[in-house]
Design a protein around this ligand. Structure first.
Ligand SMILES: *Cc1c(COP(=O)(O)O)cnc(C)c1O
Length: 433
């Protein structure tokens, strides 16, 4: 494959380019970072993070809004810090994420707390630090949160997450707004739940919330959900319960391959048009984007350990694996894989697989690559739901992470060592004493 044909590889994400035959993030060649920090190595572009956030800020400009980054997409402190310093609030789904939010200096008044299984301990901590809103997902949770808040002499700010029962046309594991999903309150129970919540002395009803799924690449599912949520708002307000804020969740997709999701500003233009047309444009708007802020801001650099040609498949065994980058194994997800320094030689067809002892440990299937043992490859679009879903399976340490800003590269997570992994474990006392 010639260099010119590789330079034309469609869909290199913004801020990742080939310069002098080398894949470069902003102004830093990835080879330099691989040499310095080893592999597997996740590398992020700060400019890409800020550009993705700016699309939402443009789309919502002139409105009363709060963007709450869904930090489960990538909770590494420096990533969260970058977005927070650019004005982002946060959407958290656990007490651990709340501690991360506080560790980066996020304003609790810009933090919303989602998830179907909040514990009393998590609720207490969130009330204690004064988060903006709990997105409550069931009648049972309403009662527990009410009780916890009353015990603390507080009123918990809440939105109820409704399940609008729309099909986001995405992978079944990442669709959340269909009635057979575990998320949100079913439409038929929404009004009764609001009546109940507004009668709870420990709760202060702020608004309504929905989140229909992830990796959504079309506007239509959002428009469908919006219509249903606006119908619900009208119903609830007619019952005398004001809902000053509407939280529209996250879910906007990114281009992993040949998908063409709408840009965030385009999506919000369409949604705001509809909200204005129905007279709801004056409400405070919250959004909880995850993947669309970080997904295409990161890559995973990996080294080819072995070539294992065979019949019918040729395997390229690399040092990144399903424990580092679980999306292919988990969802059969596609990630582009490219060479850091493409070779001028005939490419072959490879199964790109990791060292983990599972047949599901693959990163790419049937990839046309000119690569040899010792070469570095980059798995693209690896900024979201990769490190955040990483595990220590096979007692593999988690990868190191680097953030690039122009010509400056900062190690933001050191490579995990075996000692790090063994730290919390204990041997049994010996039987002899
Ligand atoms: C996961 C999640 C998000 C973010 O989803 P993305 O697809 O990453 O944008 C937002 N809100 C809630 C409630 C979530 O569970």
């Amino acid at each position: 494959m010639s260099l010119s044909s590789l330079a034309a590889t469609p869909g290199l994400p913004p801020f990742f380019t080939y310069q002098a035959g080398q894949l470069t993030v902003e102004d830093v060649p990835l080879q330099t970072l691989a040499r310095q920090h080893g592999t597997p190595l996740f590398v992020y572009s700060k400019a890409a993070l800020l550009a993705a956030l700016a699309a939402y800020q443009r789309g919502l400009a002139g409105r009363q809004y709060q963007i709450c980054y869904a930090m489960k997409a990538n909770p590494t402190l420096a990533i969260v810090q970058t977005l927070v310093q650019a004005g982002c609030g946060l959407d958290i789904v656990s007490g651990g994420e709340l501690e991360r939010a506080l560790a980066v200096g996020a304003d609790p008044a810009k933090v919303v707390f989602s998830g179907v299984g909040k514990t009393r301990t998590e609720m207490r901590r969130a009330l204690d630090v004064g988060i903006d809103c709990f997105n409550v997902e069931s009648r049972a949770e309403i009662d527990v949160l009410n009780q916890v808040a009353l015990e603390m002499g507080l009123r918990a700010p809440v939105s109820l997450r409704v399940n609008p029962n729309v099909d986001p046309q995405t992978h079944p594991y990442i669709s959340t707004g269909l009635k057979h999903n575990k998320f949100g309150i079913a439409q038929a129970q929404v009004l009764a739940s609001y009546r109940h919540a507004s009668a709870c002395a420990g709760l202060r009803v702020l608004g309504i919330d929905c989140h229909i799924g992830s990796q959504i690449t079309q506007v239509e599912p959002y428009l469908d959900a919006l219509e249903r949520v606006l119908d619900l708002i009208e119903l609830i307000e007619a019952a005398g319960i004001p809902l000053p804020q509407i939280n529209f969740g996250g879910g906007l997709g990114i281009a992993y391959h040949d998908e063409t999701p709408p840009a965030a500003d385009e999506l919000w233009q369409r949604l705001l048009q509809r909200m204005d047309a129905r007279g709801h444009g004056g409400r405070k708007i919250l959004v909880e984007p995850g993947r669309s802020l970080v997904g295409n801001a990161g890559v995973c650099v990996t080294e080819v350990l072995y070539e294992k040609p065979g019949d019918p498949k040729n395997f390229l065994i690399v040092d990144a694996a399903m424990n580092d980058l679980p999306r292919p194994a988990l969802y059969q997800a596609f990630h582009q894989i490219v060479a850091l320094a493409p070779r001028e030689q005939a490419p072959s067809n490879w199964e790109v697989v990791g060292p983990v002892c599972e047949s599901g440990d693959w990163l790419g299937r049937e990839r046309t690559l000119a690569a040899q043992t010792g070469d570095w490859l980059a798995v693209l679009s690896a900024g979201a739901y990769c490190t955040s879903m990483a595990s220590n399976y096979n007692t593999r340490g988690r990868a190191a992470e680097v953030l690039v800003d122009g010509a400056c590269a900062t190690l933001i997570r050191a490579r995990e060592t075996a000692a790090d992994q063994l730290r919390l474990e204990s041997l049994l006392p010996s039987a002899q004493g």
